[in-house]
Ligand binder design. Structure first.
Ligand code: GLA
Length: 752
């Protein structure tokens, strides 16, 4: 039993293998948060919070004669009320018909169920291994009639607790929700760092770590997508926490739209994190009987540092967020024509790329932007999901047949949520796009966002894309979204519901994706939003992989993929080898190094392979073999960061570990004169086990500056070390020189 309730004390205890989560209904029937952290045993947790009268922190009316006994402004809360005297971050803003803002939640009842709850219309974790147990606590605001259900599913073996909140108007008047959080997490004691992942287009998920100050820190997006700029995943950890030790909390919203996470350090030293849909431009009318569901959040607590926290999320996302037949299947090595041709291609040039790729062992051709409508640049054509027969005479089928005849699968790019002004779809339905009455809309990439909150728009896209997928042998879809949302105004919502348009858009996106991914289970969907502008757990419920960034420069990718790895597994990270000089940065990196970085992701190529020298083509062949050979270790192995590229500027290293082997990857980012030894300490190995160390590739060592993909050249090649030696004494690698050389070491655990 991972969920217990003690009726005499009103104590709820949720337990996972290594953590405890505790709440209590107090004697005035408010639900207090008592504890979340390393697993604990017996003891009166309410004694942690002695009553004390804090100036300017008010009491509930019922406690006015016993001042300070239960101030909502001081006590840790499970989910706050609204306008009740808790001046810290609040979870909810709800207004009644008289304009009065208020809610005070009183415990009513609870139920415990086997299995995982589902959320209507929203992505959420699922349980396939009979692991989850669910607690639903019902709280009521007696005055407005607003009911709040707090949902918890405990995945005991995986140390994950999912949470969500559901509001129902059980009163007689309408209520206006101006803010609804999914989760409040109060950490009454401790001193915390906040780790979050900020960025911009083509430079996503840069890790940033700051001490939490006596103020409010906000990590958010108002862009209608989770954004390149702030990933919704946030970590709170103690000041000393590192990869191996320390207490860390992960908070991962399962939502892809505008979100807001605030973290406050209050007067008592309590840290409060509140996360949910962004309240800017949000306003939801809740008529009597109606229900509003706030998106799910995945909570994880690790007492063993950041590395363990990440590995918990990696496993959980692969098993309990991603769905469908592709999540564990080996993904095909692909060639994408985007950086090879951009919009200038035809059947012949694509077939030439496919032939060249097939010869080298590539398994799928992906036809990117430009195959439809009038689309010769990014100014027109979005919305017209019909083949451009000028470029592809006879349609897609002749091309797909030729690609399939080479033994390759065929995939295609779409951007269904958008419309170009210059398109037949826009000419037929100008009102389907978000624009403000009487104003010229802001244009992003010269396109507009379709109002997916409208059923007929979603239905149209379901029909059009289903036809495309039914009529053509398409085995992969890259689903893009290339602008953020402005001018949000729905032509079908009444004035009092305009504040619902952004979230209704997300519900429409989820319905569209749910319908298509269920109807076409064999199609592998890859998410994309100008690279990683919507890289979140919500999207991963439909897409087992997401294009990580439009920055395909291997050295920039070290930082981007490092940041991404804190929350998301490598199986979700779309990563390709592209041409040099790199199209985004102009940098030149060795071909093998580009592959080392891309194979710590879904792995593919995005360049004109025909332009490679024969020697480079041999390398590509070898890279694909290495990737396939080590696929299981890379995708299913446990992931260890060995360096932090935002602070370790000399080299970046990371490692995959299974019970029988390990793969160590290192890229030198800053060669030194009169260099110090290149030394690394490994992670994740068994201290007492023995490992044989072989180098798979050493590109650019001083002794062999030109070779790539060649074995040998590590001192002690084939030597056997104990796990403890590799963990604590470490390994010194060959002296690397030049621009961005890399090393891959393979460790085999020896029997006995
Ligand atoms: C986005 C994607 C790219 C490519 C282009 C096509 O930027 O991230 O990979 O598909 O669109 O327009």
């Amino acid at each position: 039993m991972s969920i217990r309730f003690d009726a005499s004390s009103g104590l709820f205890t949720l337990e996972t293998a290594r953590t405890t989560y505790a709440m209590q209904v107090d004697d005035r029937s408010h639900l207090l948060h008592l504890y979340y952290g390393r697993r604990i045993g017996q003891g009166d947790l309410s004694a942690l919070y002695p009553a004390a009268d804090h100036g300017f922190s008010p009491d509930y009316y019922a406690s006015r004669h016993t001042r300070g006994l239960s101030s909502p402004d001081v006590m840790p809360q499970e989910y706050t009320g609204c306008n009740t005297g808790d001046f810290r971050l609040c979870c909810l803003a709800v207004r009644d018909e008289a304009g009065a803002l208020g809610a005070e939640f009183i415990y009513d009842s609870h139920r415990v169920e086997k299995g995982k709850y589902a959320l209507e219309g929203l992505p959420a974790a699922h349980d396939e291994e009979d692991e989850a147990e669910t607690l639903v606590i019902l709280l009521k605001d007696p005055v407005s009639g607003l009911e709040l259900e707090l949902l918890y599913s405990v995945f005991a073996r995986q140390d994950i607790i999912t949470r969500a909140a559901r509001l129902r108007n059980a009163g007689t008047g309408s209520l206006r929700l101006e803010k609804v959080a999914s989760v409040c997490l109060d950490l009454p004691f401790g001193q915390w760092d906040v780790i979050h992942f900020h960025g911009r287009h083509a430079m996503e998920r840069q890790m940033q770590r700051n001490p939490l100050a006596n103020s409010i820190q906000t990590i958010s997006s108002t862009r209608g997508s989770s954004s390149h700029h702030h990933n919704p995943f946030v970590i709170l950890c103690d000041h000393q926490a590192n990869e191996d030790t320390g207490l860390c909390y992960g908070v991962m919203p399962v939502y892809s739209g505008s979100f807001r996470t605030d973290i406050e350090l209050d007067q008592t030293g309590l840290a409060r994190l509140v996360t949910g849909i962004h309240d800017q431009n949000f306003n939801w009318l809740l008529e009597p009987g109606a229900v509003f569901t706030a998106p799910e959040v995945l909570l994880c607590c690790s007492g063993q540092g950041l590395g363990e926290l990440s590995r918990c999320y990696h496993r959980f996302i692969r098993h309990n967020i991603c769905r469908g037949e592709h999540r564990f299947a080996r993904r095909p090595v692909l060639i994408n024509n985007w950086e090879a041709t951009y919009f200038q291609f035809n059947t012949d040039s694509i077939c030439r790329i496919a032939r060249q790729a097939a010869e080298l062992g590539v398994e799928m051709l992906v036809l990117d932007d430009g195959w439809f409508g009038k689309r010769d640049d990014d100014n027109s054509g979005l919305g017209d999901w019909f083949v451009n027969e000028k470029k592809l005479p006879g349609g897609l089928s002749p091309l797909i047949e030729q690609v399939n005849a080479l033994g390759m699968k065929f995939g295609i790019w779409v951007e269904p949520e958008m419309v170009s002004e210059d398109s037949d779809l826009y000419r037929a339905h100008p009102d389907w796009a978000f624009t403000l009455p009487g104003r010229d809309p802001a244009m992003g990439r010269n396109q507009l966002v379709l109002d997916l909150g409208r059923d007929e728009v979603v239905d149209y896209l379901v029909e059009r894309l289903s036809t495309l997928l039914r009529e053509n042998h398409i085995e992969y879809v890259k689903w893009d979204m290339n602008r953020n949302m402005s001018d949000v105004y729905s032509r079908v919502l009444p004035p009092e519901r305009q504040g619902e348009a952004t979230h209704r858009y997300m519900l429409g996106v989820y319905r569209l994706l749910e319908t298509l991914t269920s109807a076409f289970p064999h199609v592998l969907f890859e998410g994309c939003a100008g690279g990683g502008g919507r890289f979140d757990a919500g999207m991963l419920a439909y897409f087992p992989q997401i294009w990580c960034s439009d920055d395909s420069d291997a050295i920039e990718r070290l930082v981007i993929q490092h940041g991404t790895s804190f929350g998301y597994p490598v199986s979700t990270m779309g990563a390709h080898v592209s041409a040099c000089p790199n199209h985004q940065t102009g940098r030149t990196t060795p071909l093998w190094t580009r592959a080392v970085v891309a194979m710590s992701g879904t792995f593919g190529y995005e360049l004109d392979l025909g332009k490679l020298t024969d020697e480079e083509k041999e390398q590509v062949r070898a890279q694909i073999q290495v990737f396939k050979q080590h696929y299981d270790l890379i995708q299913d192995g446990r992931y260890y960061r060995l360096t932090n590229p935002t602070t370790d500027h000399r080299f970046t290293a990371w490692q995959f570990v299974s019970d029988t082997e390990s793969l160590v990857n290192l890229v030198l980012t800053h060669p030194e004169a009169n260099a110090r030894p290149l030394h690394i300490q490994l992670r994740g190995l068994e201290e007492d086990a023995l490992y044989r160390v072989d180098s798979l590739c050493v590109y650019g060592s001083a002794s062999t500056p030109e070779i790539a993909g060649v074995k040998g050249h590590t001192k002690g090649e084939g030597a056997v070390y104990s796990g403890s030696t590799l963990l604590y004494a470490g390994l010194t690698l060959p002296h690397l020189v030049g621009d961005y050389p890399s090393v891959q070491l393979h460790l085999t655990r020896l029997e006995g």
